[in-house]
Design a binder for this molecule. Structure first.
Ligand code: DX5
Ligand code: ZN
Length: 213
């Protein structure tokens, strides 16, 4: 059974609390919170204060997808604001293993995120310690982009490696997901599906979420 994670990036920011209640009610499994710093990606979104203000609107797990150059400086702020899963990019110049261990020691789940142009082999050394692998299916920064089909073999490779090594992590995809592209992602091995514009621009959140399962 796949899990569906609506990305708040495409929600109505003037009523985030209500949007979160609505997708929770509509059957979402977790809430995806996209953090952008204007450096790692050419866009800005929200920080830990917004997360702590909206946290109470849903009992679901929240995941903070940190598209920021210095995740080691800020991840704890998101953890303390109510994020249950912390996603850090392999493209950041940090000691990933150390940071992931720190996140886990703090009682949170750790996710390694990889951009479309980055070779999938880069994350192999971390697969034994992560709870989740997030394979970006668009270049991060904006909602509403087109699914990059070239990324699909990466999902397959991660799934293959996971099975071969009998590892436990979840495989998540993010970007350009709709009721068609989701089939390709699921077939390749994804079991957590992030969708922003497809869900929040739809008329019926429940139907949109169900159509991704
Ligand atoms: C993109 C973000 C995504 C974004 C996806 O940088 O990481 O989570 O919200 O949006 P859609 O589903 O519209 O492509
Ligand atoms: Zn995201």
């Amino acid at each position: 059974m796949v899990k569906i994670a609506p990305s708040l990036l495409s929600a109505d920011f003037s009523c985030l609390g209500k949007e979160i209640e609505d997708v929770t009610e509509a059957g979402a499994d977790l809430i995806h919170f996209d953090v952008m710093d204007g450096h790692f990606v050419p866009n800005l979104t929200f920080g830990p204060m917004v997360l702590s203000a909206i946290r109470k609107y849903s009992p679901l797990p929240f995941e903070a997808h940190l598209m920021i150059t210095e995740p080691e400086k800020y991840w704890k702020n998101f953890a303390d604001s109510g994020a249950d899963i912390i996603g850090i990019h392999i493209e950041c110049e940090i000691n990933h293993r150390e940071l992931i261990e720190e996140i886990k020691k703090y009682g949170k789940n750790a996710c390694i995120v990889i951009n479309p142009p980055t070779p999938v082999e880069k994350i192999y050394p971390l697969l034994d310690i992560v709870d989740e692998v997030l394979i970006m299916t668009v270049n991060p920064g904006f909602g509403g982009q087109k699914f990059i089909f070239d990324v699909v073999p990466k999902i397959e490779k991660i799934k293959e490696t996971k099975e071969k090594k009998q590892l436990e992590f979840d495989i998540e995809v993010d970007g350009g997901i709709n009721n068609q592209t989701v089939k390709i992602a699921r077939e390749a091995g994804a079991n957590i599906i992030v969708a922003g514009s497809y869900i929040f621009k739809s008329k019926n959140y429940r139907e949109a979420i169900e159509s991704l399962r």
